[in-house]
Design a protein around this ligand. Structure first.
Ligand SMILES: [Zn+2]
Length: 492
């Protein structure tokens, strides 16, 4: 995601503000989701049936399976807030509005299954299995549910221009260390964590709407008033959709492999935007490795933050202040296809892994395209200045400041503290590595890190190991000095 800060440091320029496709064989054995969705614009609801062919990839025998219900964070009375206080007005311009997910039934085979909507905040669907599920065995679970959408400019909700349908369905919690990981929604960062899966999705919606989504569109079936679109996706970490009756679209084939689509409601520079998308794909493929999917959609929509990444789909806020920043957000979100999408990490516990590297690779991109008039030197200088200024102001106000990076989203005291330690300091960490080893070795490390972790989940230890091996330098102390908050960063 791309965050904006409007609080503190008024007047300070902060630059960050802001599969497997050809390789399907790589992971045939994945959990598969089949979703049948009906969007009703009069009730602002999504009526859904979801069948999950769940694969037990753990070494343990399971007697229950847990799914995140992120949509319940939007309900009245939720403990978790979906936006910070500072962003509430921007997210809810028409006043507070609520949504939720209602689980209607859960079936295993033909039988009703026992289930509980639990967790700390009605955020987890816990399904009891009648028969234990052994490692490498599968079970099919079908869930009927209704999502009620809030009027909110967020990942899930309807706004003035579009309906964002992201993080709306029960998605399996990652099982690790002998248990399911069930973190609460958090207004800081992207509180999501999931494994790559295959998807088969069908959605019915009013005929005058245009659909943008993850995956590959297979078929459109129209009748008098509605349209039904069938989509599939392979080896993706999540699945998102956006609907609008105001979209204009541009499409182009990239390298005869990837269908680029751009959905927007107001962009006087749409041709330039298409070129930017192509340039970004080209640069990241050259520096990191091949984009392994057949489609990528960039969608301008009502969204409280700068942007948000989903597999094959990125949301860009229609409220970005200027076109130069709009470009920055697009490149950042596209880079997430590599860092978060293909190479995954626990975004709740280690946000810096994908955000820090994505932000630095965005800087790297602009440094290689002088026509966009941003150099690495200027961007890093600006990042260093904003980081040191923020930390000074913060420590003056608070008396002390925690600059460690390896913190879960709920361990940051404020949204700015999260943003500066994750995005800005993450950028500075990778730029320090870049300066230390030089472009050639840094590029080798990017490729090494990517190719060794395709479709997997990395930890901080994996990142340090890969960058050390990829550059041929032991970077453990350097990484740890940043992560533990020991490094002294001074303005250049
Ligand atoms: Zn991001």
């Amino acid at each position: 995601m791309k965050k904006y800060l409007s609080l503190i440091l008024i007047g300070l320029s902060i630059f960050i503000f802001v599969g497997c496709s050809s390789n399907y064989e790589y992971k045939k054995n994945l959990t598969s989701y089949s979703l049948n969705l009906v969007y009703d614009e009069t009730t602002q609801t999504l009526d859904a049936t979801q069948c999950v062919d769940y694969l037990n990839t753990s070494d343990n025998t399971l007697s229950e399976i847990k799914f995140h219900l992120y949509a319940n964070a939007f309900r009245e009375g939720a403990k978790a807030s979906v936006v910070s206080l500072a962003n509430t007005q921007k997210a809810y311009p028409n006043g507070k509005s609520y949504g939720n997910i209602q689980i209607e039934s859960v079936k295993i085979g033909e039988s009703d299954a026992q289930f509980v909507v639990g967790g700390e905040d009605e955020n987890i669907l816990e399904i009891s299995l009648t028969n234990e599920l052994f490692p490498n065995d599968r079970i099919t679970i079908c869930i009927d549910f209704i999502v009620t959408l809030a009027n909110v400019n967020h990942r899930l909700g309807y706004g003035e221009n579009a309906v964002n349908l992201c993080n709306f369905y029960p998605i399996a919690c990652v099982y690790e260390g002998g248990d399911f990981v069930c973190d609460l929604y958090n207004s800081n960062g992207d509180p999501f964590y999931s494994e790559v899966s295959n998807y088969d999705v069908q959605i019915t919606y009013p005929k005058n709407y245009i659909l943008a989504s993850s995956g590959n569109k297979i078929e459109d079936i129209e009748n008098d008033t509605t349209k039904t679109t069938k989509i599939n996706a392979f080896c993706v970490r999540d699945f998102g959709l956006v609907l609008s009756n105001k979209f204009e679209t541009k499409t182009k084939k990239y390298d005869e492999r990837v269908n680029i689509s751009y959905f927007y409601t107001s962009d006087d520079n749409a041709d330039d935007t298409m070129l930017l998308i192509e340039n970004a794909l080209n640069f990241f493929e050259e520096k990191i490795g091949q984009y392994p999917y057949e489609s990528i959609s960039v969608v301008e929509t009502n969204f409280v933050h700068g942007g948000m990444e989903y597999p094959n789909l990125v949301l860009i806020s229609d409220d970005v202040e200027d076109y130069s920043t709009y470009r920055l957000v697009i490149v950042h979100e596209l880079c997430h296809q590599w860092w978060y999408g293909v190479v995954g990490n626990n975004q709740f516990d280690y946000g810096w892994i994908d955000e820090g590297l994505t932000e630095f690779c965005t800087v790297y991109f602009f440094d290689n395209y002088p026509e966009y008039e941003r150099t690495m030197e200027n961007m890093i200088r600006s990042a260093t200045f904003s980081y040191t200024t923020f930390m000074k102001v913060y420590s003056d106000v608070q008396g002390q400041v925690d600059t460690s990076m390896n913190r879960a989203l709920d361990e940051f005291n404020t949204e700015p503290e999260y943003v500066y330690n994750t995005y800005v300091k993450g950028t500075l960490l990778f730029s320090t590595v870049y300066e230390l080893v030089g472009a050639k070795k840094f590029d080798s490390a990017l490729k090494y890190y990517y190719s060794n972790n395709l479709y997997e989940i990395v930890t901080p230890t994996d990142v340090i190991k890969c960058f050390s091996r990829g550059t041929g330098r032991n970077l453990e102390n350097l990484f740890n000095s940043y992560l533990e908050g020991k490094v002294q960063i001074v303005a250049k």
